[in-house]
Design a binder for this molecule. Structure first.
Ligand code: TRP
Length: 453
């Protein structure tokens, strides 16, 4: 049994470094781009309330479970399950996780590329092209149909991700997040102040914070739970992998609380940027996935210093996407380093290259390959659907069952309290990880299964 971490594998240098890196994984396009548009489409305040409940009863326990499995084994998800229950099928959770990381990053890199493109567009285009939601929408549509540009920015985004991951745990990932995450918070607060001081902003605040319970139904609850899952980077072993680089003395329970609070804070702040701005501009909150890329530029154009706001905003979105993409690539890379004994550089270059190639058809899904559909969905939508709607929920549920029932809460508890770190909410955790989380996530999965199948 491995009690002390393998130092050759790399370790987080500081406690804050680990928390920032894990927060960097959690905070991404999910919070900054997806959370506001799903909230906008699902009635505002009531959705937010359900989302917060899901964070507490599903997200929190599963995150602690993933950190614990990671630190106990100091391995990637495949090696981790293998070590805890050798020779059983539970290792399948690990393989599913590596596969999910592979698939998610392939399209995540594409959207990451869009954010980089919008940083450049904010810097170089005149704001006239952003003056109305229709003009901004048309600009977005013509951009995502431009094969050369989409692939160029996609390559740039993947190149940045790979460059950081090559540098390893504390050389690359930790250092990048040390700087990036605090910058993100500062940028968001500036944008929030800007948005809140616009005329008519209060209507947006009301939409966002005042729960209208008539908007709630089963589908909204399930969407909120799925969002909690994706936003916290759970269900595919990303947090197992980050936990595996922890020295034993780290207090896992407080780290979990920090990461969950931080991720939730960023999502909530983002809502406080978007909804006041959207309402102040007299726009609709139900704009869907295009909200950020087609509506916000129009919002910025109506503001003094709009182009600066635009640069800041898309810069922030690119940063958030990058720190998440790093964690997705790290899961795949850690598997090839630990299990296949590859060097880090080779693992990053080969797997990063393959993931980039797989992402190309996703990048072309709004352009050249628009009419290439399978099951009524584009390539992009199919990959997203398989990974996000199937692999993640099954992975999360199985991780909860594994830790709650198979490996057992007792050894998990011992690992959490290694080096006498106190675990104040142990009774709560044991209850939710065994009963509430598996059942809740099973419900998400089954609904998606019946809705699409
Ligand atoms: N949580 C990130 C976001 O909100 C995306 C992400 C990164 C992710 N790593 C993950 C999602 C692992 C699921 C699993 O954008």
């Amino acid at each position: 049994m491995m009690t002390e971490p393998n130092h050759k594998r790399g370790l987080w240098k500081t406690r804050m470094g680990f928390i920032l890196a894990a927060s960097g994984s959690a905070v991404g396009l999910g919070n900054v781009w997806k959370f506001p548009y799903i909230t906008g489409q699902n009635g505002g305040g009531a959705f937010v309330l359900v989302y917060l409940i899901c964070i507490a009863v599903v997200g929190l326990p599963i995150m602690l479970a993933e950190f614990t499995v990671g630190r106990k084994t100091n391995l990637n998800p495949v090696g981790a399950f293998q070590q805890l229950k050798p020779g059983t099928l539970w290792v399948g959770i690990g393989f599913m996780g590596v596969l999910a990381g592979f698939l998610i990053l392939s399209f995540y890199g594409v959207v990451g590329g869009w954010t980089l493109a919008y940083v450049v567009k904010s810097l170089t285009l005149s704001m006239e092209q952003f003056t109305s939601p229709t003009a901004a929408g048309a600009l977005f549509d013509s951009f995502i149909a431009n094969t050369g540009q989409v692939i160029l920015y996609h390559a740039l985004f993947m190149g940045l991700t790979m460059a950081i991951v090559i540098k390893g745990v504390h050389g690359g990932i930790e250092k990048a997040c040390d700087i990036l995450m605090p910058t993100l918070v500062v940028m968001l607060v500036i944008l929030m102040i800007r948005a809140l001081t616009l005329d008519g902003a209060m209507e947006g605040v009301k939409f966002y914070l005042y729960p209208d319970f008539s908007k709630l139904n089963g589908q909204v609850v399930l969407l909120a739970m799925g969002q909690a899952f994706f936003s916290l980077s759970l269900g595919m072993g990303a947090m197992i992998t980050y936990g595996s680089y922890l020295p034993g003395k780290e207090n896992l329970t407080s780290a979990t609380l920090y990461v969950v609070l931080f991720d939730t804070l960023i999502a909530l702040l983002m809502g406080m940027v978007i909804f006041p701005a959207v309402f102040a501009m007299g726009l609709e909150p139900t704009g869907g996935p295009g909200l950020v890329f087609s509506v916000l530029p129009a919002v910025f154009s109506g503001m003094p210093f709009g182009w600066i706001v635009s640069i800041i905003f898309f810069g922030l979105l690119a940063i958030a996407a990058l720190t998440s993409a790093i964690s997705l690539l790290e899961v795949v890379v850690a598997y090839f380093i630990d299990q296949k004994k590859w060097g880090r550089k080779k693992a990053v270059l080969v797997m990063g290259g393959v993931i980039f190639a797989l992402g190309i058809p996703s990048g072309l899904s709004e352009g050249l390959l628009k009419d290439f559909k399978l099951f009524g969905m584009t390539f992009f939508e199919n990959i997203d659907n398989i990974a996000s709607n199937y692999l993640l929920p099954i992975g999360g549920m199985l991780t909860a069952v594994f830790v709650g029932w198979v490996w057992g809460t007792k050894p998990a508890h011992q690992e959490i309290e290694r080096h006498e770190t106190p675990f104040h909410w142990a009774a709560y955790w044991e209850f939710v990880i065994r009963y509430v989380a598996p059942v809740a996530v099973a419900m998400v999965f089954l609904t998606q299964f019946f809705a699409t199948g």
